[in-house]
Design a protein around this ligand. Structure first.
Ligand SMILES: [Zn+2]
Length: 247
């Protein structure tokens, strides 16, 4: 599956670092999930390698508030990018708390989000057509971004569901199985052509990945991390992995 040529991976991950994407538009570029700042050097190097100036990158879309996605967002704001997120994520980045990262609530540099996006907001950034979709579940404030690119639409989903076809980490404050399933159903209806998760692109067609994720969710086949007693897990069909079997 060829990746649209306007989408670039500018950091493939690393220590507490998500996959960071750059989307080229006719009037500038948009970053998706800057990460924790451990990937900052690589991101800047790759933006330069693509022949873009940092001032051409005008917005950073945040899928959610976790440290590996958003801790370093303030650095890119200082470089001139406008930060975009849901209201929940904006509040967490401003105030901190357990929602940032379960054991390290102090791991946040208080940051102002510039643009709060609501469900189905059109974000006409850099000449691109971007639609914000409330896809809560992994956290209560997760947002996905559907972007028109050459040949179709791409969606950036953060940690809603893993690229490899498994539920992402489910220990977040406010994690919800029901919301995750509803959000995946919503993405199915949006019928994107490509999915880019917070930890890598999905290697199969989007429709196939999304429908299989929904099927597994409906069948109770998701494996839920039991360490933090997520809010609505006790669905008896779900397999909850006790803490000692993990890591
Ligand atoms: Zn996360």
């Amino acid at each position: 599956m060829a990746t649209p040529s306007s989408i670039h991976i500018v950091c493939a991950g690393g220590y507490l670092q998500c996959t960071t994407y750059l989307i080229d538009g006719p009037e500038g570029a948009v970053l998706v999930d800057p990460g924790s700042s451990s990937g900052e050097e690589e991101i800047l190097k790759n933006i330069a390698r693509l022949g873009r100036k940092i001032e051409d990158v005008k917005y950073a879309l945040l899928t959610h508030c976790h440290v590996d996605h958003a801790l370093g967002a303030y650095r890119f704001r200082e470089m001139g990018m406008k930060l975009v997120s849901s209201r929940y994520t904006a509040r967490v980045l401003r105030d901190g708390g357990r929602e940032v990262w379960y054991e390290y609530p102090e791991w946040v540099v208080p940051t102002q989000v510039d643009i709060v996006a609501n469900n189905e907001d059109d974000l006409p950034f850099c000449g691109l057509h971007i639609l914000a979709l409330d896809t809560r579940g992994h956290t209560p404030g997760c947002m996905s971004y559907l972007v028109g690119v050459e040949g179709g639409t791409a969606v950036f989903t953060g940690d809603l569901y893993g690229a490899g076809g498994h539920l992402s980490w489910s220990g977040s404050d406010g994690f919800s199985v029901k919301s995750t399933l509803r959000s995946l159903e919503k993405l199915c209806r949006a019928s994107p052509d490509w999915v880019f998760t917070g930890h890598g692109p999905v290697p199969v067609p989007a429709a196939e990945w999304l429908s299989e994720a929904v099927r597994k969710g409906r069948a109770g086949e998701w494996v839920v991390d039991g360490r933090f007693h997520p809010n609505d897990v006790p669905d008896s069909r779900l397999r909850v992995v006790p803490p000692q079997q993990r890591r």
